[in-house]
Design a protein around this ligand. Structure first.
Ligand code: SF4
Ligand code: SF4
Length: 278
């Protein structure tokens, strides 16, 4: 469907709105408007609260207890994952938005677009490696007794820096971590942090369900041109990997699919649906 080439446009609108909210929320709080407050570690809207599930998990581990407030705070993010897939990452996370900006600048500078090349073996290795890395981070945080996962949460750090900047007009040392990541995104392939290391993204992806929104090839008219594979920032083959935990439902593959212009070929679906043979 030709209209689907608009996915990126909608995504940009949502990303820009979420990014601006990081600055608008503390500005509202300065004006003593408190119906919305917090950062991407934990945000309150009226009586509802949504917290980063890995931050809550870490707090539960260190306190060895879970209270009702903690349990309720992860309901919205987990429901979002179950029903809409990993949309937090590609539609809302400020770090993802910045890295897409880095990719854009790299393109403009004529730097080689170096998305990792897909192979099924590489995908399996990446999926396993990021889970092992997450377990190592959790174990390290447990042993060190410090909130390590908060210290390396890119969305949490960016939003808390926005808050400190608006409220107190300075930034803290944590910003160095984000700057280092951005430099690394220039040097390595884009999204290396999201693909392998981000504890928030990896933990959230554990709640991805096949019954929730995911990518599917819905027509046998696919010419197997490979355009979608080349566009995928996660190094996936969208024709076969729509259910991968690495897929963050960005929709870039749908946007570039030339066959979609003739007949709907790649699309997001919810629930199980018949798979077409290659
Ligand atoms: S993987 Fe982490 S940094 Fe990347 S988009 Fe998701 S939450 Fe943000
Ligand atoms: S498979 Fe498609 S929707 Fe999933 S991450 Fe890759 S480009 Fe985005």
């Amino acid at each position: 469907m030709a209209g689907q080439s608009k996915i990126k446009r909608y995504r940009r609108l949502v990303q820009a709105a979420v990014f601006m909210m990081m600055f608008i929320i503390p500005a509202l709080n300065i004006l003593e408007i408190y119906f919305i407050k917090g950062t991407f570690y934990s945000i309150d809207v009226g009586n509802a609260v949504a917290a980063d599930p890995i931050a809550v998990f870490q707090a539960a581990m260190s306190s060895k207890s879970v209270n009702i407030y903690m349990a309720l705070s992860v309901v919205i993010p987990i429901l979002l994952m179950l029903f809409a897939g990993r949309v937090w990452c590609s539609w809302m996370c400020p770090y993802h938005f910045i890295v897409e900006g880095v990719s854009f600048v790299k393109r403009k500078l004529g730097m080689k677009k170096s998305f990792p090349v897909h192979t099924p073996e590489k995908k399996r290795r990446t999926e396993t490696a990021r889970l092992i890395i997450l377990v190592c981070f959790i174990a390290l945080a447990g042993v060190a007794g410090i909130p390590l996962l908060n210290l390396i949460s890119a969305p949490g750090i960016i939003s808390s820096q926005a808050l400190v900047l608006v409220k107190f007009h300075y930034v803290t040392f944590e910003l160095v971590f984000i700057i280092a990541l951005i430099i690394a995104e220039f040097v390595f392939f884009p999204f290396f942090w999201c693909r392998l290391f981000c504890p928030t993204g990896t933990f959230l992806s554990l709640f991805k369900s096949e019954r929730g929104m995911h990518l599917k090839r819905v027509s046998s008219s696919c010419s197997m041109c490979g355009s979608c594979k080349r566009a995928c920032p996660m190094g996936l083959d969208p024709v076969t990997d729509g259910s991968s935990l690495l897929c963050h439902n960005c929709g870039d593959c749908i946007d570039v699919c030339p066959d979609n212009k003739k007949q709907e070929t790649l699309r997001f679906i919810s629930g199980r649906q018949h798979n077409f043979p290659s």
